[in-house]
Design a protein around this ligand. Sequence first.
Ligand code: FAD
Ligand code: NAD
Length: 488
Amino acid sequence: MDWIRLTKSGKDLAGVKGRLVEVTEEELAKHSSKEDCWICIRGFVYNVTPYMEYHPGGEEELMKAAGTDGTDLFDQVHRWVNYESMLKECLVGRMALKPVSVSKEISSISEEKKRLNGLLLEKKVLDASAKDSTPSYDWFQTDSLITIVIYTKQKDMNAELVIVDCEDKRLRGEIILNDYSYVLEVDLDHAVEEDFLIKIAEKIGKVEINLKKKDNNHWKTLGQPLESHNTFVKRKSRDLFYRKCKLVSKTEVTHDTKLFCFKLPESTHFHIPTGQHVYLKHIIAGTEVVKPYTPLLPFLPLDFEEPSCHDSANIYLMIKIYPSGLFTQALDRLQIGDCISISNPEGNFRKSQVEAVEDLVLLAAGTGFTPMVKVLSFALTEVVSLRTAKLIFFNKTEDDILWRNQLEQLALKDERFEVQFVLSEPARGWAGQQGRISSSLLSGFLKRSRKDSKVLVCICGPAPFTEQGVQCLKDLGYSQEEMHAFTA
Ligand code: FAD
Ligand code: NAD
């Protein structure tokens, strides 16, 4: 909030007296001290000196990019952050273009244009391996239907990999293919009904989107292609896409944590894969703020068998409200019926990591519990090889334990599941485990159900907790493949 206030104060934060300048690499390199620090992100140069003391990661992190192009570093750490909005008052100007030799450009990006179904298609192919698997699409119509067929060439296609939004006449379909994403984005020729149907031929990787025409007009083209139409690029280089979701309920979980339920628009087809997070975007004091949250199920798998098929119209988020939290305070002020923008999912956890596991261990601290809910539900309901599932849940006090009752019930109901609570600030009288994560504490809990059993240890919590946990696991002889750390 202090930073937002400073940006609204009218001070010349960029230090260029309101003019935008063209910055050469040599000029950029000259501004590399804390007192005079320029950084380039995606071709735009910002004077980040006034922002130093407000940067959540501290000055040191910002200084890693001082006087250079910080785009890669920024993308590694928090590419979802809307720096354009946050740093708009610090904009110095654009990087001056360097002449590029034509042959170099051709070898790095091959662009192929062709006409199909009356649309000008532009395919951007980033490298040879991606080119081999570039999806394609086709469309046809009847009097009442428009059918778009996407040939992904991926054998194990499933509903979690297909995200479709169709609002007014704007259709956007995204197919996730490992690290790549294929997008169709069209301003449709005519209006369609809100509800549409997705059909997936899993084995051959064919995805069909069936749209219902609002009238029986014959369409000459599918529509006008929009900027990302028919592009196949690395997921990380794609801008996040958001849709507005309505708050339908907010219930207390503990004294400071609430379960928020947001309803997706009718015109969105969207399943959030196990272990992945989304970004929530909200305008706070005139500035766009974005934070990641991990969707979970409304409850643990106590009474039903197939949680992953359950309730795909709603997104459930368990969120801790921090007394001085910029975003969580704003979230807490939302009223039922208010809307918030929610992005497509991201994250590098794959269900296949759990598929053949025999012993699953979940190390969670505080709201680091959130990704564990879907992982645990998936393992208990769908992983036939699973022998044991153990949650070691680190919290400050007893009052902070999320879903304690449900966890204890689950442990009673399913003999494969066990839960241990570890408190770092227990009240007098706490008879359970206490302390913080350490190798000695973990060694007491982590036992394979049989020698050489296939194990996965998942870990999530505050960054120092996760870092220490990973180190402890290494010290205890766990391999990289046997652990998954949830980070941004
Ligand atoms: P800020 O304004 O950023 O901070 C205000 C104060 O709150 C800080 O001074 C500090 O005291 C406290 N605080 C803020 N952030 C943290 C933090 N991360 N750890 C400890 N103390 C903090 N949170 C959830 O509640 N549920 C989730 O499902 C969830 N999923 C996440 C998934 C990912 C991939 C990541 C990276 C984070 C996730 N978080 C989750 C944390 C969330 O993104 C925010 O950091 C958190 O909600 C605080 O935001 P804020 O703007 O309210 O706090
Ligand atoms: P908290 O402050 O209540 O702490 C919970 C427990 O974490 C403590 O009892 C302690 O055992 C441990 N802990 C805290 N600080 C530690 C430290 N410096 N070193 C070692 N152990 C420590 O936790 P919270 O406020 O609920 O925060 C949860 C965290 O989990 C947040 O930082 C959030 O960003 C993160 N999170 C990450 C993801 C993800 O996918 N990456 C998902 C959800 C939450």
